[in-house]
Design a protein around this ligand. Structure first.
Ligand code: TLP
Length: 335
């Protein structure tokens, strides 16, 4: 099956499974799993932060990150369509009693800082206290520039706010920008990075930040049931991914571009190859046609999520020859 629904669907490679099987483990709640400790040290080093914390998912990493910055009744400003607002089942307000203040996202995936400024609450007991600006990079496959990151960070600091970066796909951003992770993460107080997306690990995310932030996040992780025991088998997959699967993300980006170019030749679909920056292709089509297309492709061994706007995601398990096969099958459907 060629699965385009997300880059979360990747299968661990043979070499990764070997590293997992051979991992030295301990009880990570006691902080004595050597492989988890190694992964956390590696991620802290790569992100230029003092500490890091291994957690089961990006959702939990964002949650404990937000809660490390905001106390009950405090507010975080966030993009209307960012994962930390829209796709985490309302975890931050429900579990953490913190208040999201969504702001419309600009076409390039950033937040307009004038709009952000306009929703910062003044110090008045009628209002929630604004504490945090939450960004996302990449957002819907779009890379947010270092220039914007710096501006947003400086702006946040001038307003006394912290910055959390949902960097679920931060490595897609750094590979596209041609920079190191720390060049990007220097503009955030905390960053959540997923190992289980384009990097191809089966499970896991890492929250990076200063000592205090990670100390709080560790406490929240325990509270929400994310304290794992012999988690070194999972951390080993993450270390393997960091060592072997970062640079190769460029290949996913190239495949996405080629796929977008091929699909753009089909008049019934609206695709803009020039907007493809990383591993995601967005395709607009008639909703009913998309549903038929999804059924047709499934019979041909290709899985997509149908819709008026579809996101097709390229990853480790989709080879160049699959790109040819996918575009041939889509063309065959429309012919
Ligand atoms: N996103 C998933 C879905 O939930 C939409 C996907 O298939 O893309 N931040 C961002 C920007 C994400 O895209 C995701 C996953 C997460 C955080 C959460 O990661 P997990 O799935 O590990 O909780």
């Amino acid at each position: 099956m060629i699965d385009l629904r997300s880059d979360t669907v990747t299968q661990p490679t043979e070499a990764m499974r070997k590293r997992m099987a051979a991992a030295a483990v301990g009880d990570d709640v006691f902080q004595d799993d050597p492989t988890v400790n190694k992964l956390e040290a590696l991620m802290a080093e790569m992100s230029g932060k003092a500490n890091a914390l291994f957690v089961p998912s990006g959702t939990m990493s964002n949650l404990v990150g937000l809660l490390a910055h905001c106390q009950r009744g405090e507010e975080y400003i966030v993009g209307q369509g960012y994962h930390t607002y829209l796709y985490e089942a309302g975890g931050a307000p429900v579990l953490g009693s913190i208040v999201p203040q969504p702001v419309e996202i600009e076409p390039d995936g950033t937040l307009d800082l004038t709009k952000v400024e306009s929703v910062i609450k003044k110090d008045d007991y009628h209002f929630a206290r604004t504490k945090l600006l939450c960004l996302e990079n990449t957002h819907n496959g779009k890379v947010i520039s270092l220039d914007y990151m710096q501006k947003a960070y400086d702006f946040a600091k001038s307003k006394g706010l912290s910055v959390h970066l949902d960097g679920a796909r931060a490595f897609n951003a750094t590979v596209a920008l041609g920079c190191e992770l720390k060049d990007l993460t220097q503009y955030a107080d905390s960053v959540s990075i997923c190992l289980s997306k384009g990097l191809g690990a089966p499970v896991g995310s890492v929250l990076c930040g200063d000592k205090d932030t990670i100390k709080w996040a560790r406490r929240w992780r325990k509270m929400v049931g994310g304290g794992m025991r012999q988690a070194g088998v999972l951390a080993a997959a993450g270390i393997y991914a960091l060592e072997n699967h970062v640079e190769r993300l460029a290949r996913d980006h190239a495949k996405a571009k080629v796929l977008a170019e091929r699909l753009a030749e089909i008049p019934q679909l609206e695709v803009k190859p020039e907007l493809v920056q990383t591993n995601m292709v967005f395709i607009r089509s008639d909703k009913a046609v998309a549903a038929h297309l999804a059924d047709y492709l499934l019979q041909k061994g290709i899985r997509i999520i149908p819709g008026e706007t579809m996101r097709w995601v390229l990853h480790l398990d989709i080879k160049q020859e699959h790109v040819d096969y996918i575009s041939d099958q889509v063309k065959a459907f429309f012919n």
